[in-house]
Design a protein around this ligand. Structure first.
Ligand SMILES: Cc1cc2nc3c(=O)[nH]c(=O)nc-3n(C[C@H](O)[C@H](O)[C@H](O)COP(=O)(O)O)c2cc1C
Length: 392
């Protein structure tokens, strides 16, 4: 049995909540581990006013005692600081149809590119606020919170993750592939657009400014790299146990993500096999290794032990200050779509979200595969796997 998590909460509701179940007992965990990651998600050039209102911090309200996980569900709560302004509009109590105050933020003009119209049709909501409050990427806050717990677990067994932006609005970073994870981290953490190539940083920021000025938005590509995963994690025996498949689903499930690549990804379509597959070598120190890593750490749905490289494509944010045309569901008249407070580019923040959903899937795969009731036996098991795979 692996781990699972649920998230709950509306964008302008009182709080966001996640319950993480299946963590080994005995993992050192404190709110700081989570809060550092939440702060990283809020940074990034191109974010709108919401990120200045919300300084997200998580409270651990179950599953941890005296700084260590208990093996029981860990509940994390992130309060919405803006809630005080929304208590009427988002109130829990029943209201009459004529209570103007509560209804005044009713949304009847579907925003193209959002869940609004499909969600309204599916659940029968005439006020599309009932959809957008939950479909909002505000939910990714608690996905990062859950992922930060996974990331902590991974770091304690020698697995490190880094995420960076490789493209924004058609401007591509040229990242030196020999950079260490540490160097990559250092560069991206100090970059307002989370890019490791200083040459294009300013160009990307200008592209964001330009989009904002035009009431438009731009997307991009993010990359997540994970090092230290032992070989042979995941499985080839059944479709829903393939770890590369799970990573792809995790990335695609992030709001606004439209594509996933592992390793050289779509490039593989344009190259001969000799330039796609990675030759296998063995030496005493590393054990089995690949001479290149074009397949991004996966063969047959399992880890090869090489760095895992996953990329995701984020579409431009759909809410535009110069709105696209849409239809009012009350009158069926054409209207400019309604504007909810919005960013012009959230690719840097999305890189942090991608890093955390990848962390979750990797941690979950390890918890599924190895002895995981206790953290100490879990860590021993993983080290044994590394030794075993090296000598195999
Ligand atoms: C970190 C992050 C921030 C986002 N911020 C916004 C935003 O401010 N405004 C907006 O319209 N969409 C934003 N989005 C994208 C929408 O949430 C997303 O496009 C929408 O929920 C529809 O889902 P889909 O694009 O996956 O189909 C953001 C996405 C992410 C990952």
């Amino acid at each position: 049995m692996g781990m699972r998590y649920l998230t709950a909460g509306e964008s302008h509701g009182p709080q966001l909540t996640t319950i993480v179940e299946g963590l080994p007992a005995g993992i050192p965990l404190e709110a700081l581990d989570i809060n550092e990651e939440l702060a990283r998600r809020q940074k990034g050039y191109g974010r709108g006013r919401r990120m200045q209102i919300e300084k997200d911090t998580a409270e651990i309200v179950s599953g941890v005692r005296h700084g260590k996980t208990l093996g029981s569900p860990v509940t994390l709560v992130v309060k919405n600081n803006d809630w005080k302004h929304w208590t009427k509009i988002m109130g829990i109590e029943a209201i009459d149809e004529n209570q103007e105050e509560e209804m005044k933020r009713k949304v009847t003009r579907a925003r193209p590119g959002h869940a609004d119209l499909n969600g309204a049709i599916k659940y029968g909501h005439r006020d599309m606020r009932n959809v957008l409050e939950r479909s909002s990427a505000r939910e990714t806050t608690v996905r990062v919170a859950a992922g930060s717990v996974a990331k902590k677990l991974l770091s304690l067994v020698g697995i490190e993750l880094v995420s960076h932006v490789v493209e924004i609005g058609g401007i591509k970073a040229n990242v030196d592939s020999s950079l260490s994870v540490e160097e990559l981290k250092k560069r991206t953490e100090s970059s307002p657009v989370r890019v490791a190539d200083p040459q294009v940083e300013q160009e990307m920021m200008s592209a964001i400014d330009e989009a904002k000025k035009n009431g438009d938005s731009i997307g991009g590509v993010v990359e997540v790299i994970a090092t230290g995963m032992p070989a042979g994690v995941g499985s080839y025996v059944h479709y829903d146990r393939k770890l590369d498949g799970k990573l792809a689903a995790a990335i695609m499930s992030i709001n606004a993500f439209k594509g996933v690549e592992i390793g050289i990804g779509f490039e593989a379509a344009r190259k001969p096999g000799s330039e796609v597959h990675d030759e296998i070598g063995w030496d005493n120190e590393r054990g089995y290794y690949r001479k290149t890593n074009r397949l991004g750490g996966f063969e047959g749905g399992m880890t090869t032990g090489m760095p895992i490289v996953v990329r995701g494509v984020m579409k431009p944010i759909p809410t535009l200050y110069k709105p696209l045309m849409s239809v009012d569901i009350e009158t069926k008249e054409p209207f400019a779509a309604s504007v909810e407070r919005s960013d012009s580019c959230a690719v840097p923040a999305a890189a942090v979200v991608a890093e955390h959903v990848v962390a979750w899937e990797l941690a979950n795969a390890l918890v599924e595969q190895f002895n995981s009731d206790r953290f100490d036996t879990f860590a021993d098991d993983i080290n044994r796997q590394r030794e075993y795979a090296r000598e195999f």
